[in-house]
Design a protein around this ligand. Structure first.
Ligand SMILES: C[S@@+](CC[C@H](N)C(=O)[O-])C[C@H]1O[C@@H](n2cnc3c(N)ncnc32)[C@H](O)[C@@H]1O
Length: 108
């Protein structure tokens, strides 16, 4: 999918400087001029109402105590008939303590 933003841009948002840096590097490697990244909170998106066609959300709900605030924000910014795609890890059984205590495995 190429057109996500209101002007054909693909917008990326994260509250982490290191993830934004990584995303910018990957974006410039692609050589696309329509990819923009913003620092911000998913609970308070810096976007107009009904201003985007689709949102792709990867891995921000599981660890976020304010997750309930993100759903209405997504509903606010995605235009009617648009789409929200969410990727999350769902654990079907308790994880061993060594996995639970390792940050490395949180994002495996
Ligand atoms: C699993 S990583 C996904 C990173 C990248 N978007 C990707 O798809 O590869 C989840 C990202 O969500 C960011 N994040 C978590 N909660 C957030 C929030 N409330 N607002 C903005 N970013 C958040 C984290 O900083 C982290 O970089």
């Amino acid at each position: 999918m190429d057109r996500i933003g209101p002007d054909g841009s693909v917008l990326g948002l994260d509250f982490s400087e290191s993830m934004l840096l990584r995303a910018c590097q990957a974006g410039s490697q692609l050589g696309r001029g329509n990819v923009l990244f913003f620092r911000g909170d998913a609970e308070n998106l810096p976007l107009e109402d009904e201003s985007i066609d689709a949102a792709l959300v990867n891995g921000i709900f599981n660890l976020n105590p304010a997750r309930a605030a993100i759903f209405p924000e997504l509903a606010r910014v995605v235009r009617p008939g648009g789409a929200v795609y969410v990727a999350e890890i769902i654990v079907r059984q308790p994880l061993p303590p060594e996995v639970r205590s390792s940050e490395v495995d949180w994002f495996a």
